[in-house]
Ligand binder design. Structure first.
Ligand SMILES: NC(=O)c1ccc[n+]([C@@H]2O[C@H](COP(=O)([O-])OP(=O)(O)OC[C@H]3O[C@@H](n4cnc5c(N)ncnc54)[C@H](O)[C@@H]3O)[C@@H](O)[C@H]2O)c1
Length: 369
């Protein structure tokens, strides 16, 4: 039986990712779209033909046919949606990061810890095909001291103005908006949470963040925005047990094992509607050519993503995984605790930057909330 979905918050991200991904998945039915913008709803209705559209989210919660809600509002409007989902017994997926304050994150944990509904936070990277392959290979080779380097460096001058203002002028910080993804990913890869964080850099953007894990694993996240989108944004390198595992931009995975194992795998990506599967160096050339082709007029309109290299960061798979956990009555693997740990790590990382000193962390209290 298809799972009937209701979407709350159908802005840029939901309309570019979750709605088309759910529409492409035969296991889902688009039951309803809810947003504050009627114009936006009309455009989406014309493209995707959901059961109905509304500006009133209560209509979705009162609709017995809707089983699961996908919420992609901004972090300042998540808690009311979570309360309603618990009250009405709807399963709920919410985008990351969970919220903007520690009081709210703890209330969210309390709410979901005591509830029967399935809940998932949209940290998608673990569900990318490359990371799904990388984790078991890491588990196979992992032993002794382990160092993890994660590079995530983009181009801030291509961001939409509202996002740039939020990060730079309103000090929302990329550590909260983007690096929470990487905290979550490394916790998932290592099956641990860090106990210490140290941040050096510029604060809101362009930082080097070090995480210490209990088993002598150390992770360094190089998180910047002063680069070019014509160069692959993300790269992971794991060094462990005289072996190295790398993942480049969700396009190419490499393993150099201590036992002589040598693996190279490449993953599909899309460009201008075409599916490609190439080496990372060819994908990088494609990204560079795309970046050079953006006109000033396109930049001014904020319209240049159509031809962009789009790598598979797991957005399609995360919704399908969530559906399977609901259908099989299995626990969500990216639950409220994982979401809260990522948020709390971000706030401690910012505190470390402000104090110019490492900050200790202990998340064990979250399970007891
Ligand atoms: N996982 C990822 O890779 C990824 C990438 C980009 C953005 N995001 C996240 O997605 C979220 C949304 O970002 P966005 O860029 O789409 O923002 P956006 O402002 O474009 O969309 C938010 C939408 O929520 C709607 N909304 C607000 N209050 C509402 C209410 N009460 N009822 C119904 N709709 C309401 C707004 O009208 C708006 O259309 C953010 O939390 C962002 O961090 C995730």
């Amino acid at each position: 039986m298809k799972m009937k979905l209701g979407f709350i918050g159908c802005g840029g991200f939901a309309s570019g990712n979750h709605i088309p991904n759910a529409a492409a998945n035969p296991n889902f039915e688009l039951a309803a779209f809810c947003d504050l913008s009627e114009t936006h709803l009309q455009q989406l209705a014309d493209t995707y033909h959901p059961g109905y559209v509304t500006t009133d989210m209560d209509r979705l919660f009162a609709d017995p046919a809707i089983e699961t809600i996908i919420c992609a509002t901004k972090p300042d409007f998540r808690l009311p949606v979570m309360r309603k989902a618990v009250e009405t017994g709807k399963h709920l997926f919410v985008e990351k990061p969970l919220c903007y304050s520690q009081d709210e994150v703890e209330e969210m944990v309390r709410l979901m810890n005591g509830s029967q509904v399935k809940f998932m936070v949209g940290f998608n990277r673990p569900y990318s095909p490359l990371m799904q392959d990388l984790k078991p290979l890491f588990q196979k080779f992992r032993s002794g001291n382990t160092t993890i380097i994660y590079r995530i460096i983009g181009e801030a001058r291509l961001w939409p103005k509202h996002h740039y203002d939020a990060v730079v002028h309103d000090k929302e910080s990329t550590i909260i908006h983007e690096i929470t993804h990487i905290f979550n990913l490394i916790n998932w890869l290592t099956d641990m949470t860090p106990f210490r964080v140290y941040t050096a850099g510029c604060g809101n953007m362009d930082n080097i963040i070090t995480l210490n894990y209990p088993d002598d694993t150390t992770a360094v996240i190089i998180a910047g925005d002063n680069s070019t989108a014509g160069f692959p944004k993300e790269r992971i390198e794991i060094d462990t047990n005289f072996s190295v595992l790398t993942g480049d931009e969700f396009v190419e995975l490499n393993v150099y094992g201590h036992d002589g194992t040598r693996i190279t795998r490449t993953y599909d990506y899309k460009m201008a509607g075409q599916t490609l599967n190439t080496s990372i160096s060819e994908a990088a050339t494609n990204a560079w050519n795309w970046r050079q082709s953006i006109t000033e007029e396109e930049k001014a309109r904020g319209y240049y993503y159509e031809r962009q290299v789009k790598v598979d960061k797991g957005h399609y798979n995360e919704l399908e995984k969530f559906r399977q956990w609901i259908r099989n009555d299995e626990p969500s693997q990216t639950d409220v605790i994982q979401g809260a740990v990522a948020n709390l790590t971000a706030w401690r990382a910012i505190e470390s930057w402000e104090k110019k000193a490492p900050v200790e962390m202990d998340f064990s209290y979250l399970n007891a909330l």
